[in-house]
Design a binder for this molecule. Structure first.
Ligand SMILES: Cc1cc2nc3c(=O)[nH]c(=O)nc-3n(C[C@H](O)[C@H](O)[C@H](O)COP(=O)(O)O)c2cc1C
Length: 184
């Protein structure tokens, strides 16, 4: 597929909103419309070589889904459908949502749980992001001072969201475009 695939899980719609903003920033000509993982088949996901994936945080750093207390189907249920395909050759950038004040001890931690799944399936993971401008006690999603993907907190840092999205889109866009060119 010669476009970037965009998929998200959501419980209350915030991750969808962020995915839509990102699609606009990356460009609708190169990034497909973001789709909720609660209504896709594995093939729809697997057709892409370059992907942007978004997840909220629920549970204690769990993959969002019914086991983590979500009412809607989310990444947990999609991963069961996806199985364990070899994702070698695919390039994936991830973003995660969380609330650093309320969930300071496990801020945006679900991002890491999902990141590890795709990394474990062989995908090349890109898009890490400095954790310096956030205030929290602990996040499972930090490695050496950087989140493994973009982290957005609409609850306490919504005023930074648009700039963060713009900067991150500029960071990942050339790397994802390069993948599309290689695959073409
Ligand atoms: C029950 C519940 C549990 C949550 N757990 C966490 C958490 O562990 N860590 C965190 O950073 N945010 C947590 N959040 C905040 C959500 O991840 C955040 O509000 C996110 O934007 C929701 O995205 P969504 O609207 O796409 O579902 C939680 C929110 C709720 C309501």
């Amino acid at each position: 597929m010669n476009k970037i695939g965009m998929f998200f899980g959501t419980e209350t719609g915030t991750t969808r909103l962020i995915a839509k903003k990102l699609q606009k920033l990356i460009g609708a000509d190169i990034a497909d419309k973001p789709v909720n993982v609660n209504r896709i088949a594995a093939e729809e996901f697997l057709q892409y070589d370059a992907l942007i994936l978004g997840t909220p945080s629920y549970g204690v750093g769990d993959i969002p889904g019914l086991s983590a207390g979500c009412l809607e189907r989310n990444w947990e249920e999609f991963l069961a459908i996806l199985g364990t395909p070899d994702l070698t050759g695919k390039r994936i950038a991830m973003f995660g949502l969380g609330a650093q004040e309320r969930y300071s001890d496990r801020f945006a931690s679900s991002l890491m749980a999902l990141y590890k799944v795709f990394e474990g399936l062989g995908a090349e993971m890109i898009g890490d992001w400095s954790a310096a401008d956030y205030t929290f006690e602990h996040s499972a999603s930090v490695v050496d001072g950087r989140f493994v993907g973009l982290v957005i907190d609409q609850r306490t840092q919504g005023m930074y969201t648009d700039q963060r999205l713009k900067d991150w889109a500029e960071q990942i866009r050339p790397q994802l475009l390069q993948k599309l060119e290689q695959a073409a």
